[in-house]
Design a protein around this ligand. Structure first.
Ligand SMILES: [Zn+2]
Length: 320
């Protein structure tokens, strides 16, 4: 699941460096934008339940779900959507228990397909089938709660406009809302390196992972907010993409602190996506995954604000 995004991240990092977008934002010549809202709103969401990332030594899926939901509840956050893949769950009691822990803690689950395919690699019909065969799992674990929210794996919403429209029509006719994403800092790219550094007990490297994770989060949350401003003329209630990995679970208290420091208030996904911006459609096929506001910028060929790229090369090489 992860490699596709890491490779894309490396390519993106190289492209940013070549095009000069690697420059620090204050030095860059990006568009002039208004100050940020003093009262921004965000919905947290978690992908790849119940098995985000590798299972590192000493961890279980149930343990991760217990710790993560404990942190969310300690922060008074309930009804958070986790997007689940059913593949492998039937044969794995630990995964089953992790899903029960998630919903028993008052969290919701939505559909993330059965096997996490990349839409750009398969037909719309095959993709829709993969969504449909995930539904028994959702019915089983969600009980009477609303599981008709869909998150596209890799944020790939269709390589062509025709494919995009086909899948959207299928989702609509099956009662789904699309859980769009406005803020994304590839949090899951830190999890494999964390597992390697944990196995070596390399505390200096783990300290770097923590520091770079927070720096990257701050940078890409800033970039996402500016991209919202460019796409819609102002910030919109945001949706943050996270993953149910051991490292994001470890970092969540610090991440919540960062968001609160920026003034963010937490709101549910359904409430955030009631904002009318989410009824807009960039009407563009994109072979690579993109956030919701990014797709509008791509459709209009608007240039992005400058940003410091994710440290993909170091993440790939650390603790090897
Ligand atoms: Zn995913």
């Amino acid at each position: 699941m992860k490699n596709r995004r890491l490779v894309y991240g490396i390519v993106l990092g190289i492209c940013a460096a070549i095009s000069g977008r690697a420059a620090h934002p204050q030095q860059g010549g990006g568009p002039r934008l208004p100050p940020f809202s003093r009262h921004p709103v965000v919905a947290l969401t978690f992908d790849d339940l119940p098995a985000g990332g590798g299972l590192h030594a000493g961890y279980t899926r149930t343990g991760i779900a217990t710790q993560l939901t404990g942190e969310l509840r300690a922060a008074h956050l309930k009804g958070i959507y986790g997007f689940a893949n059913g593949q492998g769950v039937a044969d794995d009691p630990d995964m089953q228990q992790a899903l029960r822990v998630w919903t028993a803690a008052g969290m919701n689950i939505g559909n993330h397909t059965w096997s996490h395919p990349a839409l750009s690699d398969i037909t719309a019909a095959a993709f829709e089938h993969d969504i449909a065969i995930n539904e028994p799992l959702l019915r089983q674990y969600a009980g009477n709660r609303d599981w008709h929210w869909f998150r596209f794996p890799y944020l790939e919403e269709g390589a062509t406009l025709r494919q995009r429209d086909d899948v959207r029509a299928w989702l609509r006719s099956h009662g789904y809302r699309i859980a769009e994403v406005t803020l994304n800092f590839n949090d899951d790219d830190w999890d494999d390196p964390y597992g390697r550094c944990l196995a070596r007990d390399d505390t200096a490297a783990i300290a770097w992972l923590k520091q770079s994770y927070m720096e990257n989060a701050a940078e890409f949350i800033r970039l996402g907010r500016q991209t919202e401003q460019l796409a819609f003329g102002h910030e919109i209630p945001a949706v943050l993409l996270l993953h149910e990995t051991s490292f994001t679970t470890l970092m969540l208290p610090d991440l919540l602190k960062l968001l609160r420091r920026e003034g963010f208030r937490f709101e549910s996904l359904p409430k955030v996506e009631r904002n009318r911006a989410y009824s807009l459609n960039p009407n563009i096929g994109l072979p690579n995954g993109d956030s919701f506001p990014d797709a509008f910028l791509d459709a209009r060929r608007t240039s992005y604000p400058s940003f410091k790229p994710e440290p993909v090369q170091k993440l790939d090489s650390v603790c090897r």
